[in-house]
Design a binder for this molecule. Structure first.
Ligand SMILES: Nc1ncnc2c1ncn2[C@@H]1O[C@H](COP(=O)(O)OP(=O)(O)OP(=O)(O)O)[C@@H](O)[C@H]1O
Ligand SMILES: [Mg+2]
Length: 232
């Protein structure tokens, strides 16, 4: 396999289990149960993009206001507002009532910003918008193609339920180039936060589940540890 150009997430441990990062221009779905760290991880991805790799990023919010997201990032010490002021990052909240309009807005804004990284959170609402699965599949594929054309490595978040995680995969996961699972794994009387890479086109991946930690500095993947290894 030809070694791909990588988009490093900069999230500690995550690039390691991806053998160097997300292959450039991939469309990745992060699926996780409630509170599993999806939003934290995608903000960290965009923040690192600007701070560490000099890559502008665009956050498409389909639910929360830009102020909410800025406030959430502040809890981890990430000054998103300063990056927005410098036009290196932008957050736009879009109401999803017209998919083609959404796609055009994303394209225009990403080009204006010169975005190399894009996040749609929570992307799960796409599914609610379409009556027919075939329709949804086609539209999501066309969104993915547009993002590749303009040179963005994109992450879309998706919500899954804790118990039924394996049966709830939506079409986004099948259409996407990569799927990352974030969830709480139950062990006796506690939950352990974990991450697993289900697929990532164009690269080798760790096939293990790894523990993650969320602390005041953000999300961290314990790449050297396997799940339950540290549990006494
Ligand atoms: N400093 C911190 N230390 C430990 N845990 C934290 C810290 N800050 C936030 N958290 C936890 O991280 C989680 C936040 O996760 P996040 O909002 O990214 O999850 P999510 O998967 O996007 O959730 P949702 O399903 O609600 O969209 C919360 O459960 C919160 O308690
Ligand atoms: Mg969230």
């Amino acid at each position: 396999m030809v070694e791909p150009i990588r988009t490093k997430t900069g999230v500690p441990g995550l690039d390691e289990i991806l053998y160097g990062g997300i292959p450039q221009n991939n469309l990745v779905v992060i699926s996780g149960d409630p509170g599993s760290g999806k939003t934290g991880l995608v903000i960290e991805y965009l923040y690192n993009g600007v701070i560490k790799y000099n890559e502008p990023g665009l956050y498409i919010s389909l639910e929360e206001s830009a102020e909410d997201i800025i406030g959430f990032a502040e809890l981890f010490g990430w000054d998103i507002r300063a990056l927005i002021n410098k036009k290196l990052l932008n957050i736009i909240t879009i109401e999803l009532y017209d998919f083609d309009k959404l796609k055009n807005t994303i394209e225009d804004e990403a080009k204006r910003l010169g975005a190399k990284r894009l996040v749609i959170d929570p992307g799960v609402v796409f599914r609610l918008y379409f009556d027919r699965e075939l329709d949804a599949r086609k539209r999501i594929l066309s969104l993915g193609r547009m993002l590749k054309r303009i040179g963005c490595t994109a992450i879309i978040t998706n919500e899954i339920s804790l118990e039924k995680s394996s049966s709830l995969f939506g079409l986004e996961e099948y259409v996407a180039d990569g799927v990352i699972l974030l969830y709480h794994t139950k062990l006796e009387d506690r939950f352990i936060r974990s991450i697993g890479i289900l697929k990532m086109r164009g690269t080798k991946i760790s096939e293990k589940l790894h523990p993650i930690r969320i602390t005041s500095t953000g999300v961290k993947v314990l790449a050297k540890q396997e799940l339950f290894e540290d549990v006494k």
